[in-house]
Ligand binder design. Structure first.
Ligand SMILES: Nc1nc2c(ncn2[C@@H]2O[C@H](COP(=O)(O)OP(=O)(O)OP(=O)(O)O)[C@@H](O)[C@H]2O)c(=O)[nH]1
Ligand SMILES: [Mg+2]
Length: 214
């Protein structure tokens, strides 16, 4: 039976309090840019990127949620079918660290055990304003069995490292038999019509793409 390789797609949802730096991490990763002015995310933003690892290639769908309270009700539906939840706190903001518990509960309330959780301590360039130590961050991540990194979108520190760690925890190129492939195509056609997930056409236009799902 003929086998075909299909690029695995993974949905990553960014969670965390307002202004912790979720969008800045994504912007640094996608465009290698940083903006010091604050532009709150409205609703949900979508971007996608293919990552070429040493041993495999993965397609990442990045869902950037808004930390503002008024958009909170949108978030559960984006967590529901994600592969990875990236929970971000700001190392210079103790409250954002304390609220991690709430974000983990939000992920766990979906009743799925297979979601990879990554905990990110952002803005680690703010040395003089640090309120959460590296050790506290590591210990918290251990509690949830989460991947842990500190990053700085401003300096670029560990941004690629974060995505590499996450991508390495995911399955890569998947081989399908001819019959399984038929099944895969059918599933994709249906979901592109009925769900809010962007279609293959939108995703394949370039190695990275952007949209708004608000
Ligand atoms: N010093 C420093 N500032 C940062 C860093 N990352 C983000 N910021 C700043 O923090 C503010 C908020 O960043 P955003 O990326 O918009 O935060 P967000 O989590 O997406 O915010 P919401 O969309 O409202 O949930 C902006 O002024 C950024 O410039 C960083 O690594 N270092
Ligand atoms: Mg944002």
């Amino acid at each position: 039976m003929a086998a075909i390789s299909v690029l695995a797609k993974h949905k990553l949802v960014f969670l965390g309090d307002q202004a912790v730096g979720k969008s800045s991490i994504i912007t640094r990763f996608m465009y290698d840019k940083f903006d010091s002015s604050y532009q709150p995310t409205i609703g949900i933003d979508f971007l996608s990127k293919t990552m070429y690892l040493e041993d495999r290639t993965v397609r990442l769908q990045l869902w950037d949620t808004a930390g503002q309270e008024r958009f909170r009700s949108l978030i559960p539906s984006y967590i529901r079918d994600c592969s990875v939840a990236i929970i971000v706190y700001d190392i210079s903001n103790q409250q954002s660290f304390m609220n991690i518990q709430k974000w983990v509960e939000e992920v766990n309330s979906q009743g799925r055990r297979d979601i990879v959780i990554a905990l990110v301590g952002s803005k680690n360039d703010l040395v003089d304003k640090r309120q959460v130590s590296l050790e506290e961050g590591e210990a918290k991540a251990k509690e949830f069995g989460a991947i842990f990194v500190e990053t700085s979108a401003k300096s670029g520190f560990n941004i690629k490292g974060l995505f590499r760690k996450v991508a390495s925890a995911l399955p890569g190129v998947v081989s399908f038999s001819a019959t399984q492939q038929e099944e895969f195509i059918n599933v994709n056609l249906r979901s592109s019509v009925s769900s809010s997930t962007p279609t293959d056409q939108q995703q394949s236009s370039s190695s990275s793409s952007r949209g708004c799902a608000c």
